[in-house]
Design a protein around this ligand. Structure first.
Ligand code: DGL
Length: 259
């Protein structure tokens, strides 16, 4: 058993969608969340740059004595988790677009995936797609411009609707029945997407699966926190803390930190 915190990082506030799943499933756990909003978006950066930023985030969380790190960012996972696992000796949990369940469930044999350029061009993503989506049409779409809007707190805006329409319409023309959200910022778009998508299209994201994997790896390593103390939850951002607060509906303590 360990009372040390779980560390979670993302390029910004999107990974809070994962943090919420983890906190709901593992309410005893202390958590430290790092939003590297100053450097968002990661999606257009080179692999080398993403690795550098992921190392910086990991080192920060290690100073806070985290027992496990969740890379709550598809872009950082697909580009840097192999490096992190090789160079730091603690368990890492990553997140990848949920292509497998979508490919297994689709009836129209066409699925859409919305993710960043960094994720869609990564080796790990191609490996997963080749492995599980054989014979399925995968319509890949880079969500250019979405993350900066979310980071600026502009969710329900005309600009967001226009962007999403331009990304989703070509998928509808291909008759998709599953839309995979391949970026941890995108679950915050679900209310908007539900208004835009026909009812028979299901949206899939990997948040709950990541929380379950976190629970499994903590249990396997005897690291679950079984103490009855009130958990300590702290969320840090080097960007706009007011936007972080509003996405968390003011439910958790947040702090600006220039890391
Ligand atoms: N939340 C990140 C992801 O899951 C956003 C990527 C970005 O910063 O561009 O990919």
């Amino acid at each position: 058993m360990s009372t040390k915190p779980i560390g979670i990082f993302d390029s910004g506030i999107g990974g809070t969608s994962i943090f919420k799943e983890i906190h709901a499933l593992l309410p005893n756990e202390n958590c430290i969340y790092l939003a590297d909003s100053k450097n968002a978006p990661y999606g257009n950066k080179s692999k080398e740059h993403i690795i550098k930023l992921s190392i910086k985030n990991t080192e920060f969380l290690l100073k806070k004595e985290c027992k496990l790190i969740v890379v709550a960012c598809n872009t950082a996972t697909t580009n840097s988790i192999t490096y992190l696992r090789q160079h730091f000796h603690l368990p890492f949990i990553g997140i990848e677009p949920a292509i497998k369940p979508a490919a297994l469930k689709t009836k129209t044999k066409a699925v859409g995936i919305l993710a960043t350029k960094g994720t869609l061009s990564s080796q790990l993503f191609h490996k997963t797609t080749d492995l599980f989506a054989n014979g399925i049409k995968v319509i890949e779409q880079v969500g250019e411009g979405i993350v900066p809007l979310i980071e600026n707190g502009q969710l329900e805006t005309k600009e967001m609707y226009h962007l999403l329409e331009s990304y989703i319409n070509p998928m509808l023309e291909e008759n998709i029945d599953y839309l995979v959200l391949g970026c941890t910022h995108y679950p915050y778009l679900i209310p908007i997407l539900k208004k835009m998508l026909p009812e028979h299209i299901s949206i899939i994201d990997s948040g709950l699966a990541v929380a379950k994997q976190t629970q499994y790896i903590l249990a396997k390593n005897n690291l679950l926190n079984t103490s009855k103390d009130e958990p300590k939850i702290s969320l840090h951002s080097n960007g706009k803390v007011d936007v972080l607060n509003s996405i968390l509906e003011g439910k958790f303590s947040t702090e600006y930190l220039d890391f």
